[in-house]
Design a protein around this ligand. Structure first.
Ligand code: GDP
Length: 181
């Protein structure tokens, strides 16, 4: 990760593969407000960086838990991701994506434990709000927050499909990256 370009301030998005991370970042980008700046080759090829108008950087980390990747390679990625999250000085906030339809997986819970134990600032974002039936939403919100061991108000719910919560999340990201000098 020492090959990452310098940046005044960063936020990172993490989550297991298929959680809806690419769709969410596309929705946040809202037509070219974000410029994709680099794609590191080789082992780190799945790290995408986006520079925002304020010159802060959004770091799109590889999705974890992708079943088709051999265990040894996967372990390497996961070590790299955790190393970045714990050591990157410029990192101000980690947005941890949890699938709103299925709730936190074991890997999500492990990631949250890592971040909590190491006092890395993080915010839980529940994706695919539109996939949860409106009659089930209250229960799902309660269960997801409980599964992540946080209060319901600390979970941001979004949907890349319907647009729910996208403005709030974009404001949160811009608020953090706006600190860039
Ligand atoms: P990634 O692997 O985390 O980058 O996930 P993707 O963004 O590729 O999304 C994985 C799958 O979930 C795709 O089939 C998407 O179309 C779907 N998906 C992503 N976000 C949403 C959402 O907000 N609502 C719905 N209904 N489906 C979504």
């Amino acid at each position: 990760m020492s090959t990452l370009p310098e940046s005044p301030v960063e936020v990172a998005f993490v989550g297991r593969s298929n959680v809806g991370k690419s769709s969410l970042i596309n929705a946040l980008a809202n037509r070219k407000q974000l410029a994709k700046v680099s794609n590191t080759p080789g082992r780190t090829q799945l790290i995408n960086l986006f520079e925002t108008p304020s010159k802060g950087t959004i770091v799109d980390l590889p999705g974890y838990g992708y079943a088709k990747v051999p265990g040894r390679i996967r372990a390497g990625w996961e070590k790299m991701i955790v190393g970045y999250l714990l050591e990157r000085e410029e990192l101000e906030m980690v947005f941890v994506l949890v699938d709103g339809e299925i709730g936190p997986t074991k890997l999500d819970v492990q990631m949250l434990e890592h971040l909590r134990e190491n006092e890395v600032p993080h915010t839980i974002v529940a994706t695919k709000h539109d996939k949860v039936k409106s009659s089930k939403r209250d229960t799902r919100k309660r269960d997801l927050a409980a599964g992540c061991e946080v209060a319901q108000k600390d979970v941001m719910w979004v949907s890349a499909s319907s647009g729910v919560g996208i403005d709030s999340l974009r404001n949160a990201v811009n608020g953090i990256l706006g600190k860039a000098k």
